[in-house]
Design a protein around this ligand. Structure first.
Ligand code: PPE
Length: 306
């Protein structure tokens, strides 16, 4: 399954896939000066719906503001509509949606004000972000030798393209070592997040997740927080140390692309009984029903493409 689609939304127009190109001298390409989102649409009983579209679009605009953009040609509402149009134009049900606002033209002295923002939105059919067997078996991870961003070096709340070089370094290293994901520690040495997911720890029936200061404020993380509380679990934000992962009953990661995936092993230490744990599976099941519009309580999180 590739990343092809019929159409990509480009600055207000729906253009054929092949025409969604940028010039070599696009500043975003040289400096990583772009912001993006990872969003998913799912087939639901009432037709395709985009999960938490408003929250993703608001975070996209927040990221752009953090990067320094001050004026946009589009509003949040227009961008939300553009996501729906892209899914519809391609005839997709289950798909991944990737909007990107990038610095286009004229910013050659490292000042955002000298360029202008441009936006494109693509969609493609992308399943199994962490591999075919991840759901049932869980995945093996290690603690990366690369440290996650310091909040005053790279802005951790923003999905800035350039920030992801840190993720690429870590993920490449982990996969070359034979793992499927990298867990990254923050500059103080506490557990931060993975290269493209937030992380939760379960011990004695209680759930803990690192606080948001050094990490991306994941929308899946926030959804899981609500779901787990509604299921009756105590969920706390607290610092998590590396050895608290080793001694956890369950560890799971979550993100729009990955959804909810258990960790079976960390640094060659088996977590729990070495597969997705009981609470992980319970949350995973509710999450899967939620994103497909099958949980009445959370149906307002599904934005129908119409
Ligand atoms: N942390 C990071 C660093 C991150 O990139 C993501 C999303 C999350 C946490 C979870 O955030 P949320 O999707 O709002 O729950 N990662 C996106 C990009 C993955 C990629 O390979 O590119 C995603 O899941 O779409």
């Amino acid at each position: 399954m590739g990343m092809e689609s019929k159409f990509i939304w480009k600055n207000g127009e729906m253009v054929p896939f092949e025409q969604a190109t940028v010039h070599f001298l696009t500043p975003a390409l040289h400096y990583g000066a772009a912001v993006f989102e990872g969003v998913r649409a799912y087939n639901t009983p009432k037709g395709p719906a985009i999960f938490r579209l408003r929250e993703h679009t608001e975070r996209l605009f927040d990221s752009a503001r953090v990067l320094g953009f001050r004026e946009f040609p589009w509003s949040v509402e227009e961008a939300m509509q553009a996501h729906k149009d892209t899914v519809r134009a391609n005839g997709f049900g289950d798909c991944y949606i990737r909007p990107l606002i990038y610095l286009d033209g004229g910013a050659w002295n490292l000042n955002v004000d000298k360029g202008k923002p441009a936006m494109m939105i693509a969609a493609w059919e992308w399943s199994n972000y962490l591999g075919e067997e991840a759901l049932a078996k869980g995945i093996r991870a290690n603690i990366s030798s690369f440290t996650r961003h310091h909040p005053n070096v790279s802005m951790t709340k923003a999905k800035i393209a350039g920030n992801y070089v840190n993720s690429i370094l870590a993920k490449t290293e982990s996969e070359r070592l034979g793992f499927q994901e990298a867990i990254m520690l923050d500059p103080q040495g506490y557990v931060a997040e993975c290269t493209g997911e937030n992380l939760f720890v379960v011990r004695d029936g209680r759930i803990t997740t690192p606080a948001t200061a050094p990490i991306l404020e994941g929308i899946t993380r926030q959804s899981i927080y609500v779901i787990a509380k509604d299921l009756g679990y105590e969920v706390t934000e607290a610092p998590v140390s590396r050895d608290q992962l080793y001694n956890a009953d369950e560890v799971f990661v979550c993100g729009s692309a990955a959804e909810v995936i258990g960790l079976s092993e960390i640094d060659f230490r088996t977590i729990g009984d070495g597969k997705s744990g009981k609470i992980t599976r319970e949350i995973q099941n509710v999450y899967h029903d939620t994103i497909r519009g099958k949980q009445a309580k959370y149906v307002s999180w599904c934005d129908y493409v119409g």
